[in-house]
Ligand binder design. Structure first.
Ligand code: GLN
Length: 466
């Protein structure tokens, strides 16, 4: 918990508390591989001392490696950017620093955030601290692992189609995909702009809320940010709370996940929550729509990486086509290349109407369906992930299996609404997360609900035995 670090600094001083963090990282990192880059201990201690008078007193945080950090390598999990050191900080980093946070390191991720397991990282996969033979989810897998293994208290992830919530669920921690426009994307290396948000991850509801309060809010540098009321005093009572359960999504989840969800739903009902089954609809079209939009945007965003201006630039000879092609052929991994090719194909003349425009239509229909359910329900509930964390290697070679893992999470990205993953139980030692989706800009409402849920699940500060 953040408060424990603050107590530690008050009682024992920054040097002692940060050294302890390093002891833990040194012990666990070889097993888990949560980080791509760790800042060295003396630098972190010095940086922390400089901000010690601020609220977070130098608290070390883990930051996903697609968020720009001045002077600290930012690789996006790719060979393409393996030596790229940004000259500026993302807005979220500036905001964290202004409250007294210090960067401990940059966390492992699927290459350019494309994946659900952290296995597409150029730097090799991270491992799930609850079972080292399993994946930690992705793409913000390193951030999930760093929190779950108690290396850090809080971490930043990014979520284009579930990348905060998947690792939150698989690691037994909390993660919020904020409403679109509440957190600045300035300094986030873009994958699919219309879908993604940076968001908080933590081991308990209260830290999750603190981190969201710090990073959110209008930013002049990101025209898609909105001003919104950060009022935090919404009182939530589970008694009489109206929850719609997505029946069609529940039905597609594995029996293990359904089993844990059913006991959680019973707990909610015994607190007086009013639970009703609802249908989302369009189930067979949601993933195709998401992947068509995500790949289209990705193909355009990733065009900037040519190894000439920056990035992997081994080849300098020949025509520009020869040079760019040679650098991109070696700089990108296969998942990224596949998406650039498919995205370019989808957007080409003749196919654009067939695919891209149809996907936008589905996006609109899904939004109407969600808005409709939220007219008569306070929140929408489903499992965060349809399956338990798979073994390393199990889904990575089967794209359809891998993409199918995102069915429950992409809905919130397509529609822009907030969604949070909360740990609600275990199945044979593996954590299971539930996802609550709320009305647009009702992020604090959702976070206050999470605090109430945490009281009944008693699943804060879970500790895997590694
Ligand atoms: N797994 C999804 C994808 O590969 C979501 C990734 C993300 O949220 N960045 O697109």
């Amino acid at each position: 918990m953040i408060s424990e670090y603050i107590k530690c600094v008050t009682d024992e001083g920054i040097e002692e508390c940060i050294s302890r963090v390093y002891d833990r990282v040194t012990k666990l990192e070889p097993k888990l591989h949560a980080f791509i880059t760790l800042v060295d201990k003396d630098t972190v201690i010095n940086n922390a001392k400089q901000v010690r008078s601020r609220k977070l007193m130098g608290l070390p945080v883990a930051v996903k490696d697609n968020i720009s950090t001045k002077g600290i390598r930012t690789t996006c999990g790719s060979r393409m950017l393996s030596e790229y050191v940004p000259v500026y900080d993302a807005t979220v980093i500036e905001r964290l620093a202004s409250k007294g946070a210090t960067i401990l390191g940059k966390t492992n991720m699927d290459e350019f955030a494309m994946g659900s397991t952290t296995e597409t990282s150029f730097f090799g996969p991270s491992r799930n601290p609850w079972d080292l033979t399993r994946v930690p989810g992705g793409s913000s897998g390193g951030s999930g692992v760093a929190i779950a293994s108690k290396m850090v208290e809080i971490a930043l992830g990014s979520d284009t189609g579930g990348s905060i919530r998947a690792p939150a669920s698989f690691n037994g921690v909390y993660g919020l995909k904020p409403s679109y426009g509440t957190v600045s994307r300035y300094g986030l290396v873009a994958y699919a702009n219309s879908l993604e948000q940076i968001g908080p991850m933590a081991r308990n509801a209260s830290d999750l809320k603190i981190l969201f309060s710090i990073i959110s809010g209008f930013d002049i540098k990101d025209a898609t940010t909105v001003s919104f009321d950060k009022k935090d005093d919404v009182d939530i009572k589970l008694n009489g709370f109206r929850i719609g359960i997505l029946k069609d999504i529940m039905d597609r989840s594995s029996p293990e996940v359904q089993n844990v969800m059913s006991s959680f739903i019973e707990k909610l009902s015994s607190e007086g929550a009013l639970i009703e089954e609802v249908q989302l609809g369009y189930i067979d079209y949601i993933l195709p729509a998401y992947y068509i939009i995500a790949m289209s945007e990705a193909s355009s965003n990733l065009a900037r990486f040519d190894g000439v201006r920056y990035g992997y630039g081994r080849y300098k000879e020949g025509t520009w086509i020869q040079t760019f092609s040679a650098n991109r052929a070696e700089g990108f991994g296969s998942e990224v290349k596949k998406r650039i090719l498919l995205g370019s194909f989808i957007l080409s003349a003749g196919y654009y109407d067939e695919y891209y425009i149809k996907a936008l239509k589905i996006r609109k229909l899904v939004k109407e369906s969600v808005d409709n359910i939220l007219k008569s329900h306070d929140v929408i509930l489903s499992p965060t992930m349809p399956i338990l964390p798979p073994k390393l290697g199990d889904v990575i070679d089967d794209p359809l299996k891998m993409y199918a893992m995102d069915l429950n999470t992409v809905v919130a990205n397509l529609t822009g609404i907030p969604a949070v993953s909360v740990p609600v139980g275990f199945y044979q030692g593996l954590p299971v997360g539930a996802q609550f989706m709320g009305k647009y800009l009702n992020d604090f409402f959702l976070l206050n609900l999470v605090s109430e849920v945490e009281k009944i699940t008693k699943m804060a500060e879970l500790t895997p035995s590694i």
